[in-house]
Design a protein around this ligand. Structure first.
Ligand code: S5P
Length: 263
């Protein structure tokens, strides 16, 4: 039987994973919004509007042109007031020693504010141990990129399988995957977050591919939908779209649990 988010919240070894699933259940939202804009004020404005409808905010902090520490103070305040967690989509991809520095230091000091970050597994297991040195004492969580939504992605087959095997060895820090589908059995608990979700278009001009919330959650067994331009793009009504994706994601979850008819 498919477990509820609340039931799964009890199982995770990692504190961040537990808190995220509790938040999903509390807010009845499995929506992560990806806000890829380049100005502080625009980012904060969108986050303030969508905050009530999301469980997780995904950032690309390195695209912000006027980044400063005040942005982090404000994002953290919004995360408290609207009750969501923060995922910096840094996609680390280097040797352990380097990623530990990139995670903790430099201008962004990602480990000091992002509850969750992610990494490619191309460098091998050292990338996880390097990031864990910094993130574990802070109770942070790591996602591994096991698959990608973009056309022609090389993260398939044995690469994806090897990524899952690495995650299994580090369950206290690796909380799950970026992937298009559930990759492990029901007896293991990893969070699956799926990007490339959109209700209106099937892709963009640069290789992105979109699927519906129903497809990723009901058919593919994913846990969290990541939606970017479908919510804030092209003069859209951000609040209306956030509610629309939250509702679609939650309905898909209820369908997966068998509480709604899948028709
Ligand atoms: O495979 C991936 C992995 C990620 S994290 N495909 C993705 O699109 N992403 C991220 O999800 C990407 O970096 C972007 O921030 C977001 C998708 O944005 P959208 O505007 O296409 O919905």
């Amino acid at each position: 039987m498919v477990k509820t988010y609340a039931e799964r919240a009890e199982i995770f070894q990692n504190e961040t994973a537990r808190k995220l699933f509790q938040c999903i259940e509390r807010k009845k939202s499995n929506l992560c919004v990806a806000v890829d804009v380049t100005r502080k004020t625009e980012l904060l404005d969108i986050v303030d509007k969508v905050g009530p409808y999301i469980c997780l905010l995904k950032t690309h902090v390195d695209v912000i042109e006027d980044f400063d520490e005040d942005l982090i103070v404000k994002l953290r305040a919004l995360s408290e007031s609207h009750d969501f967690m923060i995922f910096e989509d840094r996609k680390f991809a280097d040797i352990g020693n380097t990623v530990a520095l990139q995670y903790s230091s430099g201008i962004y000091k990602i480990s000091s504010w992002a509850h969750i970050t992610n990494a490619h597994t191309i460098p091998g297991e050292g990338i996880i141990t390097g990031l864990a040195q910094i993130g574990k004492p802070l109770g942070r969580g790591l996602l591994l990129l096991a698959e990608m939504s973009s056309a022609g992605s090389l993260a398939t087959g044995s690469y994806t399988d090897a990524t899952v095997a690495m995650a299994r060895k580090h369950k206290d820090f690796v909380i799950g995957f970026i992937a298009g589908r559930k990759l492990t059995g029901d007896d293991e608990d990893f969070i699956v977050m799926s990007p490339g979700v959109g209700l209106d278009v099937s892709g963009d001009a640069l290789g992105q591919r979109y699927r519906t919330p129903e497809d990723v959650i009901v058919s593919s067994g994913s846990d969290i939908i990541i939606v970017g331009r479908g919510i804030y793009g092209n003069g859209r009504d951000v609040v209306k779209e956030a509610k629309r994706y939250r509702d679609a994601g939650w309905e898909a979850y209820l369908t997966r649990l068998g509480l709604l008819k899948d028709d």
